[in-house]
Design a protein around this ligand. Structure first.
Ligand code: BGC
Length: 776
């Protein structure tokens, strides 16, 4: 759209950059990021780099409450904006040759190649450098964050002199003297607790200010020369929050010195504070004992398992193949679902924007991906995260004047407390409460695990329903309940009345909570009674009120044109279309004043359409079409979360070309730096939307009455696409070709499905071939 970059080489399993362009470095640092759910990092160089770089290492769950910066404080503002912390840099290995540092910013770089191997989960970089003195050397580095030992990572750094014999000084280090680029007051957030170093290892423990998290980072180094392990001496290099080992080793022309660096990051979230150093020493010794090759093999095996259930294969379009794998790879690097205290920041471990906090993105966009491609426990942990924050959500609501256990979940959070930094735009997006309830429904619809309701879900639904019941008010004027002063998903208009999406969500939540109460009462009377007792729900009175609201809530609508109005007064706006905008006016958020954006009819992201996507079954196809045809030409998609919803709806409407066009807008968003912002980090949560575009859009997959239903079509450029889906204990492979759809069941159980309206039963290890013909 704006300035699309196109320097990543096409390859089906690898992301490849060839040639070193310092202008692209920060973009590449984001794209080639590594992570294992527990920790992650940008693709910074191991050796010194004095050029433009955003150094980033992150440990999941370790954050800092950075004091909010606002011009005029108002009651209800959160005290802080949480930030996942830029943590100790454990990848650093400085190289000095007879006084000259190796620094790609100051030497001549040739044969530069950076590869992110997505099949096996590692980052490899090679280059030849010519220093000012004329000395030439070849470097090859390979590193990964281990999926098998998720507190550990390892690096193999090979140096080969090409035209000199001399001692090379190698300084592997841990540097905790780092800060967040986006710190509100330019503060540093870490204090040193201890550091220690030995001949081949070093440890540094840091503590965060205010939150008091401790993280111990350790490293152990081994060396080999042309493949044979060699002993070495070292002297320690220490400064504040920094510990390193200086090692000198003679290396002759064409010999290869390999520096192996085994590292670990342990946080006080997972280990008792007093025991961190000891525990870190053990992890470092354990992985060093395993050795690099074994760790690498285990890494490949762990990734093979992820690909087994999560891969999408696209035939006939290598660039699309690369893109979809990149999206799936990054999502799996960000969240592995083993720890219900963790969640998915919009930038994952690839940058600092959005503070690494949890947004509605998780429930609205990421849940479908993890439901289909991972064990149900992974999504369950995402739901439990919110369950564990229920008390805080109730406190958040109390701060705003709500009572009686009403829960308002935060729009931006680390630990359940609201920590957004904008009132009208972010805070007023109370629709997030609806997405959280919808995710419970979605999880149960997909897995059939109704027990989740009585164990956890219903309590959350009651809190959310109570919030909506108090948030609406009776309008004597309209003779209806109304909801005033909200911001819908479209952030380009704030503090609106009766946002159709929010009202729809509210009514749905109230109804779902009512139905869930009935269900739990039927399924588990004991748990039902306990819950009523715990929440002090006045079943007759409160539920009756919920039902009154459901029956009498106001939904803005234009009866003449048959469209739902995004909010009251939307039609008063000058109705122009995105096509009427001059290219130089876009993106609006960079070119127009905020005032002008707020007054315009332009929509940032799916809003009414987001509701039609969630509740597709409740609307006839013509209603969806009318609204799509109305809103799509007014939407600028300046949130990366927008195109996927449009792709899915366009596919549902049979507008296959449009569906593909929207899919293209997110599939390579980061790889081609489509929005000119990849250097800040990758759009991790919208990557789940790309997956949705393929599976829910092109394959038309839905869960209806506990059954998987497919209405696929094949994008014209592709010769076929296939994907794996885990559903209720069964693993299916679905392959969509031009005229045929092939589905195989590789598991022990049997499953009923439908393809283009035709029902099939797939027993264990069987397959079917269906005609691929899209009916509307
Ligand atoms: C979008 C929000 C989203 C946030 C984080 C914003 O630009 O408008 O819907 O939650 O980014 O991804």
């Amino acid at each position: 759209m704006w300035l699309m970059k196109n320097y990543i080489k096409t390859d089906e399993w690898n992301i490849i950059e060839e040639g070193f362009d310092p202008h692209l470095n920060k973009i590449s640092e984001s794209i080639f990021s590594l992570g294992n759910g527990r920790m992650g990092q940008r693709a910074n160089f191991e050796e010194t780099y004095t050029g433009e770089t955003l150094q980033g290492n992150y440990v999941a769950g370790v954050y800092y409450p950075d004091k909010t910066r606002v011009g005029w404080w108002k009651n209800g503002y959160p005290e802080y904006f949480a930030k996942v912390l830029n943590a100790a840099n454990w990848i650093g290995i400085d190289i000095i040759i007879e006084g000259e540092p190796l620094d790609l910013n100051t030497c001549i770089v040739t044969d530069f190649r950076r590869v992110l191997n997505m099949r096996a989960g590692y980052l490899e970089r090679s280059f030849t450098a010519e220093l000012a003195s004329g000395k030439k050397l070849k470097v090859n580095s390979l590193r990964f964050c281990s999926m098998a030992d998720d507190e550990a990572g390892a690096i193999r750094y090979n140096i080969t002199p090409l035209n000199f014999d001399s001692p090379i000084t190698v300084i592997p280090f841990i540097d905790g003297d780092v800060k967040n680029q986006d710190a509100n007051y330019d503060e540093k957030f870490w204090d040193e607790v201890q550091k220690s170093s030995f001949t081949d290892s070093a440890y540094l423990t840091l503590r965060t200010r205010k939150t008091g998290f401790e993280v111990c980072t350790g490293m152990k180094v081994t060396l080999s020369l042309d493949g044979a392990t060699i002993p070495f001496e070292s002297s320690s290099v220490e400064r504040d929050k920094f510990t390193g080992l200086e090692i000198k080793q003679l290396v002759n022309t064409n010999q290869t010195l390999s520096v192996y660096k085994y590292a670990a990051n342990l946080s006080s979230e997972n280990h008792p504070e007093g025991n961190l150093l000891d525990a870190c020493t053990k992890v470092v010794s354990y992985v060093t004992g395993k050795g690099f090759e074994k760790m690498l093999q285990e890494q490949a095996a762990a990734w093979a398992k992820k690909w087994e259930q999560g891969d999408i294969v696209i035939e006939g379009d290598p660039s699309a193949q690369q893109a979809i794998r990149f999206n799936i790879f990054q999502l799996n690097q960000t969240y592995t679902g083993e720890d219900s205290r963790l969640n998915i920041g919009p930038k994952g471990f690839t940058g600092e924007k959005y503070g690494g906090s949890t947004y509605w993105d998780t429930e609205a966009y990421c849940v479908p991906f993890y439901l289909a491609t991972a064990d149900p426990q992974v999504t369950r942990n995402l739901l439990i995260y919110r369950y564990n924050h229920l008390e805080k959500a109730i406190e958040n609501a109390v701060k705003l004047g709500f009572t009686n256990g009403a829960a308002l979940y935060p729009m931006v959070t680390m630990n359940g407390e609201e920590c957004h930094n904008e009132w009208e735009i972010t805070f007023e997006e109370i629709h997030r409460n609806g997405a959280i309830a919808f995710a419970i429904y979605n999880y149960i619809r997909y897995t059939g695990d109704e027990s989740y309701l009585q164990e956890y879900g219903l309590e959350v639904l009651i809190g959310i329903a109570r919030f909506w019941a108090q948030r609406v008010n009776w309008s004597a004027n309209l003779n209806k309940y109304v909801m005033l002063g909200v911001t819908g998903p479209n952030e380009y208009e704030n503090n609106v009345n009766n946002n159709w999406y929010t009202n729809t969500m509210a009514a749905w939540c109230l109804q779902y909570a009512t139905d869930a109460l009935e269900l739990v009462k039927r399924n588990s009377a004991g748990q039902y009674d306990a819950l009523i007792n715990k929440t002090k729900l006045d079943v007759a009175g409160e539920v009756e009120e919920w039902q009154k609201i459901v029956a009498n809530l106001y939904f803005p609508e234009d009866k003449d044109s048959g469209i739902y109005l995004q909010q009251d007064g939307y039609l008063d706006k000058e109705q122009v279309l995105v096509d009427d905008l001059r290219p130089e006016d876009r993106p609006l958020n960079q070119k127009w004043s905020w005032d002008r954006i707020l007054r315009s009819c332009f929509i940032k992201q799916a809003d009414v359409l987001q509701g039609l996507y969630f509740f597709e079954d409740q609307y006839d196809i013509e209603t969806i079409r009318r609204n799509f045809d109305y809103y799509e030409p007014r939407t600028v998609h300046e949130s990366s979360l927008s195109p996927c919803v449009h792709a899915i709806l366009a596919a549902r409407l049979g507008n296959l070309e449009k569906a593909y066009e929207f899919y293209l807008r997110t599939a390579r968003l980061d790889l081609d730096d489509y929005n000119n912002d990849t250097e800040d980090g990758c759009h991790i949560t919208s990557m789940a939307g790309t997956w949705m575009s393929v599976v829910e859009g092109f394959a038309g997959m839905r869960v209806q009455n506990g059954r998987l239903v497919f209405n696929p079509f094949l994008p014209g450029k592709w010769s076929s696409f296939s994907f794996k889906i885990g559903f209720r204990g069964v693993l299916l492979t679905v392959k969509v070709a031009k005229d045929k759809v092939y589905i195989s069941n590789e598991s022990a159980g049997s499953i009923d499905i439908s393809v283009h309206g035709q029902s099939y039963t797939l027993s264990s290890n069987s397959n079917i071939t269906a005609v691929n013909e899209l009916k509307q």
